[in-house]
Design a protein around this ligand. Structure first.
Ligand SMILES: [Cu+2]
Length: 174
């Protein structure tokens, strides 16, 4: 039945669109959003951020959200030097919405502090290492963390490949 070679063009296009849609959904579910400090804390004076980042692995495409009361805190992205010195004098960016979403766009280390006097010195500072997502193969399963974002591109590619295969065979999907 795979030899039935008369799928009308609209069906083929619908299937291609479905493949793209599936791939997009896969990508969306693979990229993770983390609320800084959650679930036990938030962006506050109590959370130990070194402990918070330890079991987590951040990849490009992930996002981190800083949730806090803007009356009490703010968010300043700083350089390594600013982080070490708790200084926001040469900040990279600053925001104070109380719900600041920061996309982790690339591999590298990001530094954030609270800019209010004394807060960074009291521990309100976080360093986030963004590392490349593992490639295809066993390495993806061997990681110590359970980050759901591993192997996103390769999985999405596999879905597209499978969808294209189905498309080629013209199996009756619906
Ligand atoms: Cu603060």
């Amino acid at each position: 039945m795979a030899a039935k070679r008369r799928a009308p063009v609209p069906v083929v296009m619908a299937m291609a669109a479905a493949a793209v849609w599936v791939a997009a959904v896969m990508e969306a579910t693979m990229a993770a959003t983390y609320t800084v400090g959650a679930p036990d804390g938030l962006w506050d004076m109590q959370t130990d951020y070194a402990e918070w980042v330890k079991p987590r692995t951040f990849h490009p495409g992930d996002k981190i959200t800083f949730t806090y009361s803007p009356e009490l805190h703010d968010l300043v992205e700083v350089t390594r030097a600013g982080y070490d010195a708790c200084s926001n004098a040469n900040n990279i960016s600053a925001s104070r919405t109380g719900n600041d979403v920061v996309p982790l766009t690339a591999v590298g280390t990001r530094y954030f502090i609270c800019g209010l006097t004394g807060h960074c010195d009291s521990g309100m500072k976080i360093r986030v290492d963004v590392v490349a997502a593992p490639g295809p193969g066993p390495a993806a399963a061997a990681g110590p963390t359970s980050s759901s974002s591993s192997a996103a591109p390769s999985t999405a590619a596999a879905v597209v490949a499978a969808a294209l295969l189905l498309l080629n065979l013209r199996l009756p999907l619906w």
